[in-house]
Write a protein that binds this ligand. Structure first.
Ligand code: SF4
Length: 821
């Protein structure tokens, strides 16, 4: 690494102490690590300060950071001004990385279980012993012809660690490298309407109208700092007319509070609203006729090769989604719907974006289709200010794997998270369904579970069933840094470094459509006997030998990283991070077909890459229609031929008419309507007469779904708007509270068909009267001293329901009742 080195001045050090002190005041907690540093300075020897670039991995936002390191202690984190995602800024969680690395509750060495499963009794062991033990147990699985019974739950399935896990599973012989990340239902729309199995980006900086169906743009969605910068740009910096931002969701979230207009909507009816907007666009001829004619399929009625006529999207919408009908479903007034539709059509470029809040419902896949249809209606796909289908980071391809007969046989077995071959899901089963499958041995007994950056016992509904499932599995291995709820069931704990102690890739999530890769590098030496999980995979493969060892020709994860990023050096576009004006100049040249090599060798490229913090593809290439639409028609499909083919094939395999399959799926539409964006009535667990309120569990950026609950600074600011810290709260509308005789701060019971929690009520006018909100991320029973025993986990109230078509978890589809405790 080539970082700046200088002797620290006394004046700077006093500033450092002031900074540390303010952090302590904020939290009320000073970590022990800071005390020896400050005491040591009383002798006042010369100190060395370094600023080392890296990437924050506290969430998936991909922000570049600069770590201030004094005598080998990291004392401050700032944003990397050269990183295009965050340009020098970090969010509060990013700053709190210090509390992660110096956290006293970190697991400090490998351990193996000695007591009963779940009894949390372990002894420490050496890394050699741990790898030997694991290699032996996994070798036994392969000897018994059961490699497929290994499951890897991967909470960071993208990037090189995801690829490394996939390669290990491939060479070992299991198809079960399963994502433990929260799904984004919009992906299903991208697959069915454009034939692409990826998340799309949105060029919000150039949009003039943003219609957000529940996206938490300013509270944790995709890349929080990047989106906060975008918001600031739209509000204060962008020349020309001010962009309008409309937020449609059931709660006045921080995002809704900063929007131009908040439109409350009944949970699960977002698809109906999108179709009501489509009605106005079509009825009043406000849609983009040219785009629809040239680039879409199934807008108008059409005739297939056998001469059979089919209904198009236009007719379906005009027949069914009159604003009055839609208003009755959604609760959105007719006037509002018409006004929003007209604004959306006339303020181009306009973009419609959706996320978990709109799609993690029983009808989530259909909601996603309806929302994405709006982008095609205004012709805003692959245009500035619209939907962007980005390129992948050009990593160098890894050598092919030669797997042995055992691995090949294992890979032929079905995945645990796919339903049986003839089952109705379009996608994988959600995580919450897998506990049941493990317990029932469906489709086979699970012999080993690896937990990487995932804590399913805490972060999935039906938490108790998942705990039982892990208890049932003979070998559970956790790579966690903290004793979380799932690690409690581990037989072997192989703790990873924190991100400040290791090499890793830090890809930016798809937003701008431009591939961007940050490089995470160790800013300090590992504090404890922890090990990079990538290095554990490599060591394990070597220890197991044969084709498994052959599949991993790298000494350590740093070599994997260097091998892979060579691809960014070899492609003839992009640039190592640079000042914005310099990057803009090079981008303009490259857009015109010029290529200016920056480096004479890969070694020089690598050196600069590590010094600046990463690489960016610089610009998005428009107009690659062959890539953008990979459907049977090679167009955007309002009428999804893929959906039709899949459902008909499944019905045929089962030897039943399609009608019977639709009945089983509880899909109410029939005929062509099934394959067009339409509204399927949302279903909720809990009878309305007994459970009158919708439960809305919501994400809070600073808790990062619960993995940051053991950071005191985050606990201090968790509920600023309702004056709550270190605890959960239930947001309830003041009128609802009055009817129930509940006052602000009262303890209440929240009960669903699945569970019951006790929590303090906070009167919040920013919620709908029939909706109550509880934050996600608190209610730990483990995970460290500052997380454990604080607040409640709303997942305890939710069942394992899933979207009937796509298999998306229906996490917003539970009703509850409220009573005074
Ligand atoms: S948004 Fe995410 S990646 Fe960026 S600083 Fe915050 S926690 Fe880190």
């Amino acid at each position: 690494m080539d970082e700046t080195t200088l002797k620290i001045e006394r004046r700077d050090f006093l500033k450092l102490l002031a900074g540390a002190a303010s952090g302590m005041m904020l939290s009320g907690y000073a970590f022990n690590k800071l005390a020896p540093v400050s005491q040591a300075y009383t002798d006042w020897p010369e100190r060395i300060e370094r600023w080392i670039p890296s990437v924050c991995l506290q969430c998936s936002g991909g922000c570049g950071l600069m770590a201030r390191v004094v005598d080998g202690n990291v004392v401050k984190l700032e944003g990397n001004p050269l990183h295009p995602v965050n340009r020098g800024r970090l969010c509060p969680l990013g700053h709190a990385g210090l509390q992660l690395v110096y956290n006293p509750d970190r697991i400090k060495m490998p351990m193996k279980r000695v007591g009963r499963k779940g009894s949390t009794q372990w002894v420490s062991i050496s890394w050699d012993e741990a790898i030997d033990l694991l290699a032996e147990r996994l070798g036994e699985l392969r000897e018994r012809g059961q490699p497929h019974s290994l499951i890897v739950f991967d909470g960071r399935p993208t990037g090189l660690m995801g690829a490394l896990w996939e390669r290990f599973c491939h060479a070992f012989g299991t198809p079960n490298h399963l994502s433990a990340d929260e799904p984004d239902g919009m992906r299903i729309a991208h697959r069915l309407m454009q034939g692409l199995d990826q998340l799309f980006g949105y060029d919000l900086e150039n949009a003039n109208y943003i219609l957000s169906f529940g996206c938490q743009l300013l509270d944790g969605w995709r890349s929080p700092v990047q989106l906060a910068r975008t918001y600031g740009y739209l509000r204060q910096e962008r020349p020309g007319p001010r962009a309008k931002f409309v937020q449609i969701e059931r709660r006045l979230s921080p995002t809704a509070a900063r929007s131009d207009e908040w439109i409350p909507i009944r949970p699960g009816t977002e698809g109906a609203l999108a179709l009501g907007i489509a009605y106005v666009l079509i009825r009043e001829e406000l849609y983009d006729r040219q785009f629809v004619e040239q680039h879409t399929f199934g807008f108008d009625d059409w005739t297939d090769a056998r001469g059979q006529r089919h209904k198009g999207f236009r007719r379906l919408v005009l027949e069914t989604y009159r604003p009055e009908n839609v208003s009755a479903i959604t609760g959105v007034p007719v006037d509002t719907l018409i006004r929003i539709a007209k604004q959306f059509a006339s303020t181009r470029p306009a973009v419609a974006i959706g996320s978990a809040e709109a799609t993690l419902h029983s009808n989530g896949a259909f909601n996603a289709l309806a929302i994405h249809a709006l982008n095609a209606l205004v012709g805003n796909i692959d245009l500035p200010g619209g939907v962007l289908i980005g390129e992948e980071i050009p990593f160098k391809r890894w050598p092919p794997i030669k797997s042995d007969a055992v691995a090949q046989e294992g890979r032929r077995r079905p995945r645990l998270d796919r339903a049986e071959a003839d089952a109705p899901w379009l996608d994988a089963l959600p995580l919450e369904a897998l506990g049941e499958r493990i317990l029932s041995g469906t489709p086979y007994e699970v012999q080993a579970v690896f937990l990487y950056e995932s804590n399913p016992v805490f972060s999935t509904p039906a938490t108790a069933r998942f705990a039982e499932a892990l208890e049932h599995v003979p070998l559970v291995v956790s790579f966690a840094s903290f004793m979380d709820e799932s690690t409690a069931y581990a037989d072997l704990i192989l703790p990873d470094h924190t991100y400040l102690e290791k090499w890793q890739d830090g890809p930016a999530p798809p937003l701008s459509g431009v591939p961007t890769l940050g490089v995470t590098q160790p800013v300090i030496q590992p504090l404890y006997e922890t090990k990079h999980t990538g290095d554990v995979i490599l060591a394990l493969a070597r220890r197991m030998g044969g084709t498994l060892a052959d599949a991993f020709p790298w000494a350590d994860f740093k070599e994997v990283l260097m091998f892979s990023v060579r691809g960014c050096y070899e492609v003839r576009y992009g640039r190592v991070f640079s000042e914005p004006f310099e990057g803009a100049f090079v981008r303009q040249l490259q857009e015109r077909g010029w290529w200016i090599p920056q480096f004479s060798s890969f070694e020089a490229f690598w050196k600069d890459l590590v010094k600046k913090g990463g690489w960016s593809g610089l610009f998005h290439e428009y107009g690659k229609w062959g890539h953008i639409f990979q459907t049977p028609s090679r167009k955007f499909e309002f009428y999804s031929q893929r959906l039709k083919a899949e459902l008909e094939a499944r019905a045929k395999r089962r030897g039943q008419p399609l009608e019977a399959l639709l009945e089983e799926l509880n899909i109410t539409a029939r005929g062509d309507d099934v394959f067009l964006p339409h509204y399927e009535p949302a279903q909720f667990a809990g009878d309305e007469s007994k459970y009158p309120f919708h439960l809305n569990p919501f994400h809070v950026l600073v808790l990062n779904s619960g993995s940051s609950a053991n950071l005191p600074w985050m606990q201090e600011i968790v509920g600023l708007h309702v004056h709550v810290k270190w605890d959960s709260w239930l947001e309830i509308h003041p009128e609802t509270a009055q009817k129930l005789g509940i006052a602000d701060g009262d303890w209440v019971w929240v009960e669903s068909p699945y569970g019951k929690v006790r929590v303090r009520a906070k009167l919040y006018p920013g919620t709908m009267p029939e909706v109550v909100n509880i934050p996600i991320g608190l209610g730990h029973t483990a995970s460290g001293r500052w997380a454990s025993g604080r607040g409640v986990n709303p997942y305890a109230l939710i069942g394992p329901a899933a979207d009937r078509l796509g298999g998306l978890p229906a996490r917003y589809a539970t009703r509850v009742k409220i009573s005074k405790a």
